[in-house]
Design a protein around this ligand. Structure first.
Ligand code: G
Ligand code: G
Ligand code: MN
Ligand code: NA
Length: 253
């Protein structure tokens, strides 16, 4: 069987699940949110990494079903944590460009929020710059999503065709600095300059800026020193199970 055939059955067979990666405030270590990251555990193939099945799901259109499942599960998990006594301030969920093509994204998000009872402001949708530049109606959809109260982050910021003109028009709240720029902070002067520029851009446009792929204390210190106080990365935590989130963060706050 082809991977594609397996993938189509993965949801009904209960092989898809989510891991969650903490987002933290650098100076306090406080949990500010989590990003939901999809995982596929196939009984024979084992854990299939997202870089193998997300592009396939996008090519085959399965991403629409998968994306809906992910969003629903992520919102339900927020409610479960809440019921267990842990208030996770915000959940970030990745959207792919294909999910904007059918024009049903806004209705789907609204319905999932209603059904799960999650407050809209606790959901953040992550889109890449290419979503914004390559989707004809992206601006309209993004305005509609903003209108129902969810927030928007630009993922992998700095790696795409970021048109600053677009950024200016859009109700975006957060820039996520791509981890490729964070990796060589302290050895690569260009990367340092780019990171500082993104932080400044965010500040002057009144956006919050989070760095991804933070793996060392030095990187965190550099970011904090330059005015970026939000981070996500292995230095704080890998993506982990819902239970891991509960155990680690319930005790801290
Ligand atoms: O942990 P990591 O290997 O999970 O993720 C690899 C890539 O897969 C990242 O670029 C991430 O944005 C993407 N990804 C993870 N989960 C999802 C998801 O639910 N939907 C989409 N569209 N992309 C995802
Ligand atoms: O593209 P996106 O930002 O949605 O994907 C997040 C991806 O980054 C996931 O694959 C996740 O496992 C990975 N990731 C998260 N933190 C780190 C990190 O500190 N270092 C590296 N190399 N990858 C990370
Ligand atoms: Mn992301
Ligand atoms: Na990213």
């Amino acid at each position: 069987l082809h991977l594609e055939t397996y993938l189509r059955r993965s949801i009904e067979k209960d092989e898809i699940f989510l891991h969650y990666q903490p987002q933290v405030e650098i100076d306090t270590g406080r949990l500010t949110g989590v990003e939901a990251l999809v995982r596929w555990n196939h009984p024979e193939l084992g854990l299939v990494p997202p870089f193998r099945f997300i592009p396939l799901a996008e090519d085959t259109g399965f991403i629409n079903q998968l994306g809906q499942w992910v969003l629903h599960e992520a919102c339900r998990q927020m409610v479960r944590w809440q019921e267990a006594g842990l208030e996770v301030p915000k959940i970030a969920v990745n959207l792919s460009v294909r999910q904007f093509e059918r024009g049903t994204i806004v209705g789907m998000v609204g319905e999932i929020l209603r059904e799960t009872g999650l407050a809209p402001h606790r959901l953040q949708l992550e889109v890449t710059e290419s979503v914004i530049m390559n989707t004809g109606d992206a601006l309209a959809f993004i305005n509609d999503l903003h209108a129902i109260g969810v927030s928007l982050a630009i993922d992998d910021f700095g790696t795409g065709y970021s048109s600053l003109a677009y950024l200016k028009q859009m109700p975006v709240q957060t820039l996520k600095i791509d981890r490729s720029f964070i990796k060589d902070i302290s050895t690569d002067a260009n990367d340092e300059a780019i990171v500082i520029a993104i932080i400044q851009l965010g500040k002057s446009m009144n956006l919050s800026v989070i760095a991804e792929g933070v793996e060392t204390e030095q990187q965190a210190a550099f970011l904090a020193r330059h005015g970026c106080n939000l981070a996500q990365g292995y230095y704080y935590s890998r993506p982990v199970t819902p239970d891991d989130i509960l155990q680690r963060w319930q005790q801290r706050d």
